[in-house]
Design a protein around this ligand. Structure first.
Ligand code: HEM
Ligand SMILES: *[C@@H]1O[C@H](CO)[C@@H](O)[C@H](O)[C@H]1NC(C)=O
Ligand SMILES: *[C@@H]1O[C@H](CO)[C@@H](O)[C@H](O)[C@H]1NC(C)=O
Ligand SMILES: *[C@@H]1O[C@H](CO)[C@@H](O)[C@H](O)[C@H]1NC(C)=O
Ligand SMILES: *[C@@H]1O[C@H](CO)[C@@H](O)[C@H](O)[C@H]1NC(C)=O
Length: 510
């Protein structure tokens, strides 16, 4: 189900309530007040543009923008949604206090529907505080090294004797390996078993993580429907079964048997206990952390790898740069000689960073959703002022407002791995209407809801690409196969998913 379908069905449910309350016509006769954005209710009463939205939100919003300009209000299933497509306004909008534009209300509904506990601003503050502390700066460097070690462990586990080509789906390979390595890094490792049982334990672990990954993917597939409480009975039963699996794996008793739990997880849980959360809720909160830390990164590494595979010149440039950077860092790269002691931030890899940023520009499409708590004024860069009406909703969509704007990014649909580097090698600046953009992409959202794991996410993606390019030769099984399309059902939810997987071959380079 697409984002818009969901919005539609949510709205239908609320229509029913409205009917029962005898307030059927509520909102239908709305007229635009002066200073309000252009209002477009479409031709169908109440539904408005719900169907057009459902079909293709990106195309529809582009059409509305042509018709009304950068700021407009559309009726979608009884909801009045304001869209602001002028990216220069974004940094002001996301700074509005929450008694004007509120983000928690919407977020906590989703958290409750998907994870089964009532979150509050207090939880959000704890996440922000501990993420700042443990997922940035010097502490992030430490975590990166753990991630580097774990990803090598996972990637090379079965490679020792295998010098021949092996085949897998790019999505399956990237997502699964990232999932396991990040899980070990954040949630800890199994305690050492008896020495003689070592191989059996390793084998069990592998199956365990494989099964957990399958369950995670299945859970995540339901996420958009689950978030808006729109599961059919079958979906309800299945997601409940999957939640029970994770609530068992993440029960405090099992979690605390692990070694090497990251401070990010450990300290957040401790604080949750201090503020009086029950054990049940602490486990559910841990599942939220697991989902948030895994659901976007795996698919993102897929898109990066697939773009590099389709663009040999990009693959070559990044590989040369990484080889050179590792050599400069004094790292000898050969099998059985893992990359141990490199500090990511000390490696000069501008092409790699640009390629990742370019991939995120193309494949992340978060909606920034705010509830309008009181009439709120916004001003566009050309000096026009608008009032957003209390009770409406505001949606920012940087994917269209920034990422796909041909004025900012010529040929916006084309992957250009070095797009973010200027000719003299510095980081490129981007302009719109002659004004410099403070942020030219927003894959991680912005303002109070901005992803607190973004620095770690960037590290993980870099580590993945560095290891893949350094240790493996890779090629698509069918060289002419196109990059899969975006699965439109997930527009609005962070990293896009591909409509299908694509097969590749890989083998150790040495
Ligand atoms: C490419 C990878 C990632 C992308 C594109 C991404 C994107 C996002 C976005 C757009 C949001 C905000 C949603 C909103 O506005 O409501 C978000 C929230 C969040 N992300 Fe990420 N994320 C990524 C990786 C990570 C990682 C690796 C972690 C942790 C280790 C993480 C932890 C979180 C958490 C905890 C939240 C919720 C924060 C809150 O309560 O406000 N993310 N992410
Ligand atoms: C890093 O973690 C330590 C505790 O392990 C903490 O005392 C310190 O404040 C953290 N560093 C930063 C910059 O927050
Ligand atoms: C984790 O803990 C074990 C002890 O159970 C230890 O041997 C190992 O080196 C630690 N570190 C990692 C990254 O696994
Ligand atoms: C790793 O690097 C740090 C500084 O970057 C250095 O102090 C330490 O001795 C190095 N460790 C090893 C095992 O090379
Ligand atoms: C590099 O080029 C950009 C324009 O392409 C310019 O704005 C910037 O000042 C230059 N930086 C240096 C160090 O020359």
């Amino acid at each position: 189900m697409s984002f818009w379908e969901i919005l539609l069905w949510t709205s239908l449910a609320s229509l029913l309530t409205t009917l029962l309350g005898g307030l059927y016509a509520m909102g239908t006769f709305r007229v635009r007040k002066t200073r309000e954005p252009p209002l477009d209710k479409g031709f169908i009463p109440w539904l408005g543009y719900a169907i057009n939205f459902k079909k293709d939100p990106v195309q529809f919003l582009q059409r509305m923008r042509k018709k009304h300009g950068d700021v407009f209000t559309v009726l979608v299933g009884g909801n009045y949604l304001h869209f602001v497509m002028d990216p220069h306004t974004y940094r002001h909008i996301v700074k509005e206090p929450k008694n004007k534009l509120d983000f928690y209300m919407f977020a906590s509904v989703i958290v409750f529907n998907a994870f089964g506990f009532h979150s509050s601003e207090c939880h959000h503050k704890i996440v922000q505080t501990f993420s700042n502390k443990y997922l940035s700066g010097q502490n992030l460097s430490t975590l990166n090294q753990v991630m580097m070690a774990n990803l090598q462990k996972v990637l090379f586990h079965r490679q020792e004797q295998k010098r021949s080509w092996q085949q897998d789906g790019v999505l399956h390979f990237s997502y699964r390996n990232m999932f396991q390595a990040a899980y070990l890094t954040l949630f800890g490792t199994e305690p050492e078993g008896g020495v003689e049982k070592k191989d059996a334990v390793k084998e069990n672990e592998l199956t365990h993580y494989g099964e957990m990954f399958e369950a995670f993917q299945r859970f995540d597939r339901f996420f958009p429907q689950m978030a808006f409480s729109l599961l059919d009975p079958l979906g309800k039963r299945e997601t409940q079964r999957l939640k029970n699996i994770f609530w068992d794996i993440l029960s405090l008793e099992k979690v605390y048997q692990k070694d090497n739990i990251s401070s990010w997880v450990l300290e957040q849980d401790k604080r949750m206990a201090e503020v009086g959360m029950t054990e049940k809720v602490r486990t559910r909160f841990l599942f939220l952390l697991l989902w948030a830390s895994q659901a976007n990164t795996g698919p993102a590494t897929f898109w990066i790898l697939v773009h590099l595979l389709k663009h040999p010149e990009a693959m070559e440039a990044v590989r040369e740069e990484v080889d050179e950077a590792l050599r400069e860092a004094g790292q000898e790269v050969k099998p059985g000689c893992p990359i141990g002691n490199v500090t990511l931030s000390a490696l000069k890899t501008p092409f790699l960073e640009s390629a990742i940023e370019e991939t995120l520009r193309l494949k992340t499409s978060p909606f920034l959703f705010r509830s309008v708590m009181q009439d709120t004024d916004i001003k566009t860069s050309d000096g026009r002022e608008y009032t957003l009406r209390k009770g409406d909703h505001l949606l920012l969509f940087p994917f269209l407002a920034l990422h796909m704007d041909p004025e900012i990014y010529p040929d916006p649909h084309v992957f250009q791995y070095d797009r973010f580097i200027s000719p003299n090698g510095t980081k490129k600046e981007f302009y719109k209407d002659g004004i410099k953009l403070k942020h030219s992409t927003m894959p991680f959202g912005a303002g109070p809801s901005m992803c607190p794991g973004r620095f770690f996410a960037m590290s993980e993606m870099k580590i993945f690409v560095i290891l893949m390019l350094t240790y493996f030769d890779m090629e698509l099984v069918k060289k002419e196969e196109e990059i899969p399309a975006i699965d439109a059902r997930r527009y609005g939810f962070g990293t896009a998913h591909p409509s299908h997987d694509i097969q590749f071959r890989y083998r150790l380079r040495f």
